[in-house]
Design a protein around this ligand. Structure first.
Ligand SMILES: Cc1cc2nc3c(=O)[nH]c(=O)nc-3n(C[C@H](O)[C@H](O)[C@H](O)COP(=O)(O)OP(=O)(O)OC[C@H]3O[C@@H](n4cnc5c(N)ncnc54)[C@H](O)[C@@H]3O)c2cc1C
Length: 464
């Protein structure tokens, strides 16, 4: 049974404002034939594969970085508010019992797991007995706390705030300015001095999330409401236009975290996934992507064990395969935030006074050795922040058990339609890929590697 307090309703969870499913999650939906349905609800544009740094939304631009494609799936933004109903509909159409408005209030381990659950409508309490217990109850997890999972954590004090807003910027968002994220470098801002903000598009180019960090680690919007005039002024200064009509829809403060579970499983029967297991800032937008992939890894194994097709030992591989991914994400996303702050520093945003910050920004245009050094520093900081050379974009291609099958485009010999190696596998079954002399992919065989992409991928690996 799958249970929850309610989709998007019961608790003010900030990540629900905008949680974008992107290039690493759609291939999971592809496996259960939901990719097309997801794409119909998504925002699709190659422009979303970039981030930029500018003085305001229509001010001088300092740089732009692009992210390449990594899987057969398109890069798209699919908000949690669209994805969740899609998954719930799929689950309920496939005989899963999905219940809302019930809250897990206790869990204990005896011969089996016993969860105590409260119905929030009838106020009645009941118990659920199960040989398995999967905890996916977000970062404040009751399950992780009750069953005493250990976490590897680093202290972080930084606070941030998300502001969901409507502002029609169609007239200023010409093609060249299109991007997913725009970081604003304006050391001489008049509203909220010492604030670092970026704008992220939700619905091009009319709905946005403004994400604000205080350079001193505090939430500068604390105590404000959606009606606060100073907030509207701050948004307008970020846009670079005082005349734009701005409507604030929602404000959600949040904290930067650095925490990952030591193990994702206690005894192959209590496993957990998602934000319960990895807590980190949203840099690179990989949180729910990773949650979906945790579920993708666990679901088929749980199904095989439950159907008696595999022993319980199969579940043992879940933590081994997913914990290192979560640990890497926690590390990299925190480094990503630091890298962004380096860009901000180069743009004068971390200076102790506005005058000093303006001076640092001005140096960037100076025809002096100091100006040249500042430009190099800014460029390098932007490259790091846009992930150039980092492990997030450099996919580790491997055929080692537990690794994702390398993606390569194939076709049948008479050229009907390109398909990915991923399309040949998956769907809850095992698939053995063979070719000439060991390889059904090759000349005269079922599928042909027309662009030698598979060969290139495989030749980069050691034989076997
Ligand atoms: C500002 C911000 C921006 C983000 N942007 C992105 C992005 O661009 N891309 C991306 O991939 N990710 C992003 N994320 C991360 C993403 O939102 C989370 O990683 C993801 O939502 C976590 O999914 P989850 O299922 O683990 O937890 P949740 O989505 O939090 O779901 C947990 C569910 O458990 C329920 N629950 C909790 N306690 C109980 C209980 N006791 N009993 C019953 N039910 C319970 C809750 O009601 C909720 O429905 C962002 C996060 C933030 C904060």
């Amino acid at each position: 049974m799958s249970m929850g307090l309610g989709m998007q309703t019961s608790r003010p969870v900030q990540s629900h404002v905008l949680s974008v499913d992107r290039y690493r999650c759609l291939f999971c939906l592809r496996d259960i034939d939901l990719e097309e349905a997801g794409l119909r609800l998504a925002v699709r544009s190659p422009a979303l594969q970039s981030m930029r740094w500018a003085r305001s939304m229509q001010g001088e631009e300092y740089g732009k970085g692009h992210v390449g494609s990594l899987t057969p799936s398109e890069y798209a933004q699919l908000g949690q508010s669209e994805l969740e109903p899609l998954l719930v509909r799929y689950a309920s159409h496939h005989n899963f019992d999905v219940r809302f408005s019930i809250e897990l209030v206790g869990v204990e381990r005896a011969a089996e797991y016993i969860g105590t659950v409260q119905d929030l409508i009838s106020k009645s309490t009941f118990k659920i007995r199960s040989p398995y217990f999967f905890g996916a109850d977000e970062a404040r997890s009751h399950v992780a706390h009750s069953l005493k999972f250990n976490f590897i954590s680093k202290p972080t004090a930084a606070k941030a705030c998300n502001v969901l807003l409507r502002a029609d910027l169609s007239h200023i968002m010409n093609k060249e300015r299109h991007s997913d994220l725009s970081w604003i470098l304006k050391p001489d801002r008049t509203t909220f001095p010492g604030l670092v903000v970026h704008l992220r598009v939700v619905r091009p180019w009319k709905e946005w999330v403004l994400v604000a960090f205080g350079t001193d680690g505090t939430d500068k919007f604390r105590g404000l409401t959606t009606e606060s005039p100073e907030l509207i002024d701050c948004v307008r200064e970020t846009l670079g236009d005082d005349s734009i009509y701005v409507e604030i829809l929602r404000i959600d403060p949040w904290s930067v975290r650095h925490s990952v579970a030591e193990e994702y499983s206690l005894d192959d029967a209590n496993l957990f996934l998602g934000d319960v297991a990895h807590r980190h800032p949203p840099a690179f937008g990989l949180g729910s992507n990773t949650c979906v992939q945790d579920a993708y890894n666990l679901a088929w194994k749980a199904a095989f064990v439950a159907k008696g097709l595999a022993g319980r030992g199969l579940l043992d591989s879940y933590s081994k395969e997913r914990q290192p991914v979560g640990a890497m994400l926690v590390h990299e996303s925190n480094s990503g935030i630091k890298a962004q702050f380096k860009v901000c520093e180069s743009g004068g945003m971390m200076a102790s006074t506005q005058e000093e910050g303006k001076g640092q920004l001005a140096v960037l245009s100076a025809d002096t050795p100091q100006g040249e050094a500042s430009r190099v520093q800014l460029r390098e900081a932007m490259d790091r922040a846009a992930l150039a050379g980092g492990p997030i974009l450099n996919v580790q291609v491997s055929t080692y058990p537990g690794s994702r099958l390398p993606h390569a485009w194939l076709d049948v010999p008479t050229r009907q339609k390109m398909i990915s190696t991923h399309d040949l596998a998956g769907k809850g079954a095992f698939c053995l890929l063979l070719g000439i002399g060991g390889l059904a992919i090759g000349f005269g065989l079922d599928y042909v590697d027309f662009f030698y992409t598979l060969q290139t991928v495989l030749s980069s690996l050691s034989s076997g």
